[in-house]
Ligand binder design. Structure first.
Ligand SMILES: [Cu+2]
Length: 286
């Protein structure tokens, strides 16, 4: 059966993933056309027309009730909206048009044109599908080359060039001095150890002297040498925090995902084109 006092004898049919506009009025007293599950409530007022924009994301049947105390039969005014795919919606519209204009059987001409219309409809649907697949494949192809050029070529080359010269110079100097010091330590460990202690002490002393005699230069040097490390650390930590925060927000709420919104908008645009093509084709030559 059906839901008691919720089912109607003439459902309001709309297309899902397509922008709709409902015009609401009343023939007697003030009513309110409301569907809580779709966040819709608009008053039906005699003598004026209210409008409300609808966009159903999912197909399905949505129930509501009159939400303005309107009289003794207020409890017996169900609202029922059926959200269907854009193809079913166009079928419904064309069916209504045929019914209302009584041109359902006009001989072979109508049979022929309805055949052409049906063929065109399914051809366009197929074309839409093909277009969607080709678009996805094309985007993947472009994405692949973007990723490859950026992470495969640009980033490694840039970082190699910028760091390799300094790194190699520094590494060679250090390696040579460490190897020669180790060799020296093998031959005469006391001398080498003494030299190492003196070397480190001299470095510390020079740095201290530098700090005492030239405080501004020393400060500048400290800031310069710590700048990179601090900057990189802050950058890394902030990036990680942003990433974690975004991930958390996305996992907590279902509609903050931009890719979801993009997908919905793309489908709405596609459905709009599809709808216009089918309807235009139907009315062509009538
Ligand atoms: Cu009512």
């Amino acid at each position: 059966g059906s839901y008691r006092l919720l089912e109607v004898n003439n459902r309001c049919v709309v297309a899902a993933l397509l922008h709709m506009r409902a015009l609401v009025t009343s023939a007697d007293v003030v009513h309110s056309w409301a569907i809580p599950s779709a966040c819709i409530k608009v008053d039906g007022i005699p003598g004026r027309i209210n409008q409300v924009g609808l966009c159903f994301i999912y197909t399905g049947v949505f129930y509501g009730q009159c939400s303005e105390l309107c009289g003794v039969n207020h409890s017996f005014m169900p609202v029922c909206v059926e959200a269907v795919s854009v193809e079913v919606f166009t079928d419904w519209i064309i069916g209504n048009h045929k019914l209302n204009t009584n041109n359902n059987n006009n001989g072979w001409m109508d049979w022929f044109f309805s055949g052409v219309g049906l063929f065109t409809k399914y051809f366009l649907m197929g074309f839409g599908c093909l277009y969607e697949v080709m678009w996805k494949l094309g985007s993947m192809y472009v994405w692949w080359w973007e990723m490859f050029l950026h992470y495969g070529i640009y980033v490694p080359v840039k970082y190699t060039l910028s760091t390799s010269v300094d790194l190699i110079k520094w590494a060679i100097v250090k390696c040579v001095s460490i190897v020669s010091w180790v060799g020296w330590f093998m031959v005469s460990p006391v001398d080498a150890s003494t030299y190492a202690v003196v070397y480190v002490s001299r470095q510390v002393c020079e740095l201290t002297l530098f700090a005492i005699t030239k405080p501004y230069e020393f400060s500048f040097w400290v800031v310069k040498s710590t700048y990179k490390v601090v900057c990189k650390t802050i950058y890394f930590v902030s990036q990680t925090a942003v990433f974690l925060f975004n991930t958390m927000m996305m996992s907590m709420s279902s509609f903050t995902d931009d890719s979801f919104k993009t997908e919905v908008m793309e489908r709405i645009n596609q459905n709009t084109r599809k709808f216009l093509w089918i309807i235009e084709n139907y009315y062509k030559g009538r």
